[in-house]
Design a protein around this ligand. Sequence first.
Ligand SMILES: [Zn+2]
Ligand SMILES: [Zn+2]
Length: 412
Amino acid sequence: MTDIVSRADLALKRDLCDHCLGRAFALVGTGTTNEARGRSARAEVRLERERKGEGLPAHEKCWLCGDIFDSLPRFAEAVIKALSNVEYNNFLVGTRVDPEIQEREERLWSEVGQETAEPIKAELNREIGKIVEARVEKPVEFDTPEVVALIDTRFASVDLDVSPLFIYGRYRKLVRDIPQTRWPCRECRGKGCERCNFTGKMYPASVQEIVGDPIQKAAEGTDHFFHGMGREDIDARMLGTGRPFVVEIREPKRRNLDLRSLENIINDNGRDRVEVISLRPSSREEVRKVKAAAPNKTYRVEVAIHGKVDKAKINEVLQSFKRTRITQQTPVRVAHRRADIAREREIIDLHLDELGEGSFTFVVRTEAGTYVKEFVHGDNGRTRPSLSDAFGVPCEVRALDVIEVNDGTGEE
Ligand SMILES: [Zn+2]
Ligand SMILES: [Zn+2]
């Protein structure tokens, strides 16, 4: 007797179905099913026993699984019905199995060996998946399924775990005083109070809501999250080719969205406030990239300057900052939420854009993470050197716009 036949003989001291018998040898070879493995092992055991004048009782009811595999079509039907409520391009089946079945399986392994065995869940997932795959004509996806149908085999009830939908784009913010993300009221933390006029929010609108609400509606999702490649100050505009972002929609029922028409809807609703361009499907992986990116940025800054300076002096000072490094102690205005440390940042390029009365506007390109306002006013010596230092008179930022996020994909 080969090892497998003798172990199968041992297993068949109990009544087992072909699935449960074959599953004990699932890892012996590929290209067949556990059921077929079980059938041939059973035939060999029968031959062996007949040679010894012994018999093998006919299969009645599986001691291990109670012939759960007879219900595969019913399970598949329940999964298909649940899946019909959402849009998806691929899926995965998961199974919850009666703990008593799993205990009996482990008992069998302890008797006939576990080295070549596969858990019953794995076979159920696969076999249900095969039937569903053929019926819905969409593939099983193991790594990043758009939806996982989790079936409890005791009740044939199905829970769907729908993966978020990710949409990439770039936004332009054409006005000041709109935050990038939803900002719950500080007083009531979103419940609604007098301070926030019972909106629960510090600001009536945000880029996140202007962009995310229409996408969530189209996707029939339950919530949205906004992952920006950095963020500008609330009072700064975001111009040029915009800032990359990924919107994440939770539990979408639709995921094959018409992104061109969504772009139009967002841009109509957001008219003169927020615009999006280049919407396309994205992924969790891209969220990581967007969050990790540290592109340098170009700003246009309007500066009020106290005291008399002429164009030549301004040009001279700006010129002197080209390709220099400045040291910035965490600004006073963000000290409540950031560690108080000194950072070095590069001022890459800068030039005068416009000269006014007691003011001038300049364009500056800086390394990621530079505090531009502090570079201008000096933050009481916490940023060194600063424009205020260089001019020898106080400078204040009157207005600031991000005019380019130089992530290398703006021209796509
Ligand atoms: Zn069985
Ligand atoms: Zn409030």
